[in-house]
Ligand binder design. Structure first.
Ligand SMILES: CC(C)(COP(=O)(O)OP(=O)(O)OC[C@H]1O[C@@H](n2cnc3c(N)ncnc32)[C@H](O)[C@@H]1OP(=O)(O)O)[C@@H](O)C(=O)NCCC(=O)NCCS
Length: 335
């Protein structure tokens, strides 16, 4: 086995060596995942991860595997939700492509699962990004399978050109109004967002993933929105409102300047009782048009959807989204 030290790292460190340890840890995920994808990975920057580290709803434990000369060649990222899903742990492991198949990944995953067990967590979940072609080998999937994890869900990653989506814009159905904001979430929308986030956690196809409804209130939404602004993200949000003024659906795209021409689609939800009126398509088409106007340098929007989320996938196809990758979700029940 390669000689490595396993040392803790934290996004909250403010001293020089601590900051460098965290940067190297975050970079390793990009290097490892990018290697397996053969493409630019969808990894968050060290800066965004640092801001997210202050989220009181999630305890984060992180370790780096370092060589005697101080090079980071392995990384473990553990998240323990504290306000909901408190029997769960979310685990990610990455190993430098030049140090694979030496047991470093297994050592880090053993540590993560032991820590989860020690906290009384009973389910561990992890994600593996994969190329869209089914014949490209996925070390992450092989690793998860070898450790006894089972495939719980497959997500389809797809991309749309902001120009290709231009034709899909249509007026809302009678009785509904569509409103868009760019930037901070208006205070008047906080309560609606709390409901949407809560519903979003279980109102979408979850495959075999055992997840509970998330607990969102106005304070949690406000703190989350504050972190997004501190990360430096621009948020483009479109809301559908019924005749009585009640918010019934929303969609959101976020962009960070470091992403250049790429932006990420976030959650989209139409509350169950308001489905079937084409609001999902109108929300997303309106939001894409607003994004084009606000950020003309953005050329591509990227999204992930469960492979059995037929309604959302149909909306995306109508907007011009095309398959660009896969994300598999793995689950282990701890003994
Ligand atoms: C997945 C990953 C962490 C594995 O790291 P690693 O240090 O090479 O893993 P290990 O050496 O501990 O492998 C443990 C076992 O997993 C399985 N395994 C790992 N990589 C494999 C591969 N490429 N093909 C087949 N089996 C593999 C094997 O059973 C292996 O045992 P063995 O070498 O005795 O046969 C690494 O490939 C990586 O960083 N991938 C990108 C990130 C990722 O997908 N992470 C997934 C978990 S969230």
């Amino acid at each position: 086995m390669t000689d490595v030290d396993i040392i803790p790292v934290s996004g909250l460190d403010t001293d020089g060596p601590g900051i460098r340890r965290f940067d190297a840890w975050a970079d390793l995920f990009s290097t490892a995942v990018g290697h397996d994808l053969g493409a630019e990975p969808d990894e968050r920057s060290a800066h965004e991860l640092r801001v997210a580290s202050s989220n009181p709803a999630i305890e984060r434990i992180r370790y780096a595997a370092r060589t005697p000369s101080g090079a980071t060649i392995g990384a473990l990222d553990l998240a323990f939700p504290l306000q909901d899903n408190t029997s769960h742990a979310f685990l990610r492991v990455a190993v430098d492509p030049g140090a694979r198949r030496c047991g470093i990944g297994a050592r880090l995953a053993d540590l993560g699962e032991d820590l989860a067990r020690a906290r009384g967590r009973r389910t561990v979940q992890g994600q593996v990004a994969a190329a869209p072609e089914p014949d490209v080998p996925s070390p992450g999937a092989a690793f998860a399978r070898a450790r006894g994890y089972t495939l719980a869900q497959t997500l389809i990653r797809s991309d749309v050109s902001t120009l290709a989506a231009a034709g899909a814009l249509a007026p809302p159905p009678a009785g509904y109004r569509i409103e868009t904001v760019v930037g901070a979430l208006p205070d008047a929308w906080l309560a609606a967002y709390a409901l949407f986030q809560q519903r979003m956690s279980t109102d979408i196809p979850l495959g075999e993933l055992a997840l509970e409804e998330e607990a969102w209130d106005v304070e949690r939404v406000a703190a989350h929105r504050d972190r997004l602004i501190r990360m430096g993200r621009t948020c483009v949000i479109t809301m559908a409102v019924d005749a009585a003024g009640a918010p019934v659906g929303f969609t959101e795209i976020q962009h960070h300047p470091s992403l250049g021409a790429l932006a990420y689609q976030q959650d989209t939800l139409v509350l169950g009782e308001y489905r079937g009126h084409g609001l999902g398509l109108i929300l997303k088409a309106t939001n894409l048009a607003a994004l084009r106007e606000a950020l003309p340098g953005v050329e591509t929007v990227r999204t992930w959807n469960a492979d059995d989320n037929t309604h959302m996938l149909a909306v995306n196809t109508a907007l011009g989204y095309r398959l660009s990758g896969l994300l598999t979700e793995w689950q282990l029940r701890l003994a």
